[in-house]
Design a protein around this ligand. Sequence first.
Ligand code: ZN
Length: 302
Amino acid sequence: MSPTCISRPKIPVELLLDVVSFYMESLPLRGRPRPKPAWALVEPVSLVCHVLRRATLKAWFKTLCVRDKSDLLAIQRDWPELHRWVRTFVCIFPDPKDDVDWDLGGFDCLDAVSVQMSTGVHAYPFTRFINVPQSVETLDLTGMAEAGPMQMRAVAETFPTIRTLKMQPFYTWCGLCNTNELSSFSAEVPSLLVYEGGIGLPMHFGKFLAPLTALETFCITTVYDEHMILGDAQSPYDEIGKNENIWVGECQSCMRFLYPDDVFREGWVAKKKEPEVRLPVLKKVEWAFMTESDLYETWLLF
Ligand SMILES: [Zn+2]
C-alpha cells in the first residue's frame, strides 16, 4: 500500500477544541493581579496548526494584560477581534503622567478590570478609564498608595456597575482622624475579618460608594508594619483578634488615645453597627491583612 493510501484517523475539530479548552483551564495561573498562565505553557499548543493556534489565543486572551496605552491603541488598530475575547482587562503600572483617557469601549464581554499601580505615586490611573462596559462586575485595585473617600468616589464614578470591589492599598484609612496610615497592632493579627449585613466599611466610605447600587462584596487588604507587634507595648485597644470594637481601619494612635474613654468608644462602635449610609445590596465586607515585607515580595514577581 502506498503511503498516500494510508487512512489517518481524523479527530473532529470540536473534540480538539474541547481538549485545548480543558488544557488551558488546567494551567496554573499567575497570582493577583494577573490571572493568566505563562505563555511558555501555551505556546507549544499554539504552534500545532491554525485551528489550535486560534483556539489557544482565544483562551489565553480571556485575560488581556497591558502596560502602556499604546498597547490598547495597537489592539484597536490591528486586532479588533480581540475585543470580543477579553473577559478580564489587566493594566500593569500605567504611566501616571499619561493623562489621556483609556477607552474600554468595544470590550463588550468584559467581566473584570484589574489595575496594578505604584505605591510611590499618588495618582490614580483607573480614574482615566472611559466607556467602561456595563458588563464589568469586578474591580481589583492593587499597589495604590491610599484608599480613602476620594478614591471611593472615583471608583463609583468610573465603574458604576461593579458588584465586587477589591483593594490593596499601602495605607489604610482611619475614620477617626480621617487620614491614611500604615497600620500597626500590638498583638497577633487575624488573617481575615468578615462583616455581613452591610456593616464593616470605614467611616465615610458608605457615603462615597452609595452610587454603587449593585455592590455586594468589598474586599480590602490592610498592609501593616509587623515590627510594631513585638517592639511596642501592648494595648488592649489595638488588639483586633477578638474584634470587640469592630475594627474597620482605625489607626493605632486613635485606638490608644480615644478608646480608653468608654462613652466615646461605645458610641463609636454603635455608629459602626448602624452606619449612616447602608449600601442597598452590600452583603459582605472582608478585611485581609498582609505584612509590609510580604507586600514587597509580591512586587518582586513583576
Ligand atoms: Zn486615626
